[in-house]
Design a protein. Structure first.
Length: 175
């Protein structure tokens, strides 16, 4: 029965691999680096505490994302007030691509900024599906919504962000 769950060493290894994904999702939820750091830490701690709730063969990153969102929602309920945060507190290194192309980095930072301005539900769906690569069904399970809701949120987000692609095309045409 013990091999049904991760050993402490396996859990530590899985958490190390999942931390970047957890942190990116935490940034999408909190909109600032200090709170994302705290949320990531709380998620890791909860995953360690609840390790026997995760069985081998499941999607560990998705399980951690579910924990992360649950902690975030609990924090919001406790505060009773949603604070509007400024994403300027996120370092440029955290936003930009590691590729040497400066224009790509600038465009990626602009896309990130615009995604952070989306309504929370759309922002969560965009990060889970496009940034973290979850399937629609996985994102729906993480967010506890029907798959059609994920599709709808992504469609609405694409419509709101459509102008970014046309602006980039115009900028490339000016060269």
């Amino acid at each position: 029965m013990a091999d049904k769950y991760f050993s402490p060493t396996e859990l530590n290894s899985a958490l190390e691999d999942a931390i970047p994904s957890i942190w990116r999702f935490a940034i999408a939820l909190t909109r600032n680096q200090p709170d994302a750091d705290d949320l990531t830490q709380a998620t890791c701690l909860r995953a360690i505490e609840k390790r026997t709730q995760f069985e081998r063969g499941g999607n560990f990153r998705a399980w951690c994302a579910t924990i992360c969102r649950s902690i975030w929602l609990n924090q919001l309920r406790a505060e009773r007030v949603r604070k509007t945060q400024d994403i300027d507190s996120v370092s440029e290194e955290a936003l930009a691509s590691l590729a040497p192309d400066a224009e790509t980095n600038i465009f990626a930072a602009e896309v990130f900024t615009q995604v952070m301005l989306l309504p929370e539900a759309q922002r969560e769906a965009v990060f889970l599906v496009y940034a973290e690569g979850y399937r629609y069904s996985e994102a729906a399970q993480i967010l506890s919504v029907p798959i059609g809701t994920i599709m709808s949120r992504l469609s609405a987000a694409r419509q709101k962000l459509k102008w970014l692609q046309s602006d980039e095309t115009v900028q490339q045409g000016k060269r």
